[in-house]
Design a protein around this ligand. Sequence first.
Ligand code: DC
Length: 234
Amino acid sequence: MSGMITIAIDGFSSSGKSTMARKLAATIGYRYIDSGAMYRAVTLYALRHGWVSDEGVDTESLTKALQEINIDFMPQPDGSQHTILNGEDVENLIRGIEVSESVSPVAAVPEVRHALVAMQQRLGQGGGIVMDGRDIGTTVFPDAELKIYVDASAETRARRRYDEMTAKGIDVDYNEILANVRNRDHIDTTRAESPLRKADDAILLDNSDMTREEQNARLLELFNQTISRCRATD
Ligand code: DC
């Protein structure tokens, strides 16, 4: 073992997995990759070209354009990282409601998934990475040494999203957010291509009643156990 492992963290939207994954990566000195941001960046690109409408996604045009889409991550002085789409910092744009409402159908397009999975596998070569998403433990890194599946009720997640947005001064309706969370859950778990599901060897972490500190501590404990196990079997 090189000493550095691959960590896959999957779960529903707003399950708190990104915050947890980012914190773990910073603590153990690994690189963090937010795979959802990559689907969001592709969605922004498709929206700008008018390829997403109520009728669905113009799969043909989007598929042809995939090789022109370049996604990078740029570390920021505060330790966070921004998503860069073809040289443009799109971090704020990809978190907006427009992208959030269109990302699930774009992420269900098989060609989009193939392109992004290949990109994610390249980014993870050699380990030393914490990647979060929906299919990281099942499809992107099926051999990851540590896989976590984060779960929390739809209401808990909608409440978190509501609190986050109101704290930022954004005027939102809780029931609308809950509907958006449920709709995305439905699309993400029922799509034909790599639906969200727990890998058989993933550890379930239900954080509905856990504080952030408890989650971080649990994750770090799982990481340390995995490292010891890998060393023992080396
Ligand atoms: O984690 P997030 O909410 O930023 O993800 C945005 C969307 O991208 C979400 O609808 C699910 C999709 N996604 C995916 O299909 N596969 C991933 N590995 C990550 C995200």
